[in-house]
Design a protein around this ligand. Structure first.
Ligand code: HEC
Ligand code: HEC
Ligand code: HEC
Ligand code: HEC
Ligand code: HEC
Length: 231
């Protein structure tokens, strides 16, 4: 049954509530397409091209900051996936570094092939909101001090990215109603190990940062009105 009928069907009675926003056609078309069980469910982990990309090695072991590759994440609503040229900077042909050891060389051939053919690597998308959810802004969340960890889980330990959180409406609203415990200093949002340690310490009453102060720095209270996320 759950495979046959996408979960929006359970919400049919509430659809009337957002009909007035003129979004119903989009709602139906959007959910019909995205609400397939393989998409946007916790644990969703598509097979990636080539030998894939390993966050545990690059962000974890090598300690690269998220913004080295996801360079727009603080400046725009959408987080970007890096171009082949970003990878080529370390995995190109004339590098003498650990990035060109014999073992790594074979595993990164697909990067040089794509670069030489002037093609992009077709990374498969992992996180996707239904089309009837509008305006999700990365930039606003990061400058408010919400870490990637809160929504994507411990990416630094993932050899292959999977969806760690439901990204459901109640997931969003739970935090919007009580954001204080999730806030960290802005300069720490991409330091996922530090954030994990701090949130754990807070739960034990031993956090090192002042959540009242962080909450006081928000521009606006997080929105709960339908129109903020559905238009
Ligand atoms: C060296 C480049 C690089 C760095 C550094 C990097 N990423 Fe990525 N990231 C990628 C690439 C390439 C993909 C697409 C392939 C994949 O999903 O594994 C990706 C995918 C993702 C996705 C899934 C996107 C989707 O399809 O929904 C998330 C979330 C993500 N990265 C978060 C992070 C976070 C958080 C950090 C810092 C802790 C980080 N990344 C550091 C290159 C990078
Ligand atoms: C700042 C330099 C740097 C950048 C940029 C970079 N890498 Fe790497 N990458 C490395 C190093 C160093 C290693 C070897 C790590 C090791 O041996 O532990 C590596 C290893 C790899 C491997 C082999 C990992 C394995 O499974 O053993 C792959 C595949 C790879 N990188 C893909 C990518 C892709 C795709 C991108 C672009 C999204 C990228 N790299 C960007 C430095 C980089
Ligand atoms: C408040 C929750 C939240 C935070 C914080 C957050 N993300 Fe996301 N991220 C999402 C959602 C939701 C999506 C799917 C957006 C959509 O479908 O429009 C997403 C999508 C992505 C994608 C895929 C973009 C694409 O076009 O394929 C990447 C990459 C990504 N996030 C990286 C990051 C990084 C890096 C950070 C931290 C610097 C971060 N995110 C912080 C919720 C969040
Ligand atoms: C862990 C906490 C947290 C989660 C999870 C979260 N948000 Fe937020 N969100 C915030 C905070 C804090 C703000 C207020 C930022 C400000 O205005 O300073 C905010 C603001 C927003 C705004 C208003 C942006 C603006 O321009 O004022 C939208 C829209 C939004 N969030 C959508 C979402 C959606 C959709 C999700 C779920 C996919 C989500 N958020 C998940 C904390 C969160
Ligand atoms: C903070 C952002 C946010 C706000 C505010 C919000 N929604 Fe949602 N809503 C979402 C997200 C995200 C989803 C997608 C859920 C999923 O993917 O399962 C969603 C899904 C829905 C759905 C589809 C059925 C379901 O439950 O999955 C309906 C109907 C809906 N919202 C109505 C409303 C109404 C009515 C309001 C105002 C009372 C509202 N929403 C306020 C983020 C929001």
């Amino acid at each position: 049954m759950s495979l046959m009928f996408p979960k929006w069907m359970n919400a049919l009675p509430t659809l009337g509530a957002i009909a007035s926003m003129g979004g119903v056609v989009t709602v139906i078309a959007g959910t019909w397409y995205w609400a397939t069980p393989s998409f946007f469910e916790v644990g969703y982990q598509p097979t990636q091209p080539g030998t894939g990309f390993n966050h545990k090695i690059h962000a974890g072991k090598l300690g690269m900051d998220c913004r080295y590759c996801h360079s727009n994440v603080e400046k725009s609503p959408e987080a970007n996936i890096p171009a082949v040229s970003t990878c080529y900077g370390c995995h190109g042909p004339n590098k003498v570094s650990p990035a060109r050891s014999t073992a790594t060389d074979e595993k990164t051939q697909f990067i040089r092939d794509a670069f030489d053919a002037d093609e992009s690597i077709e990374w498969r998308r992992v996180h996707k909101l239904p089309d009837y959810v509008r305006n999700f802004p990365h930039d606003v969340h990061l400058s408010a001090g919400v870490s990637c960890l809160s929504c994507h889980g411990q990416i630094m330990s993932m050899p292959v990215v999977h969806q760690a959180e439901s990204l459901s409406m109640s997931f969003c609203l739970d935090c919007h109603r009580h954001p204080e415990q999730a806030l960290v200093p802005k300069d720490k949002v991409t330091d996922l190990r530090w954030v994990a340690g701090e949130l754990e310490a807070r739960a034990a009453g031993q956090g090192t940062t002042n959540t009242d102060e962080l909450t006081g720095m928000l521009w606006n209270a997080p929105p709960q009105a339908c129109g903020a996320c559905h238009q």
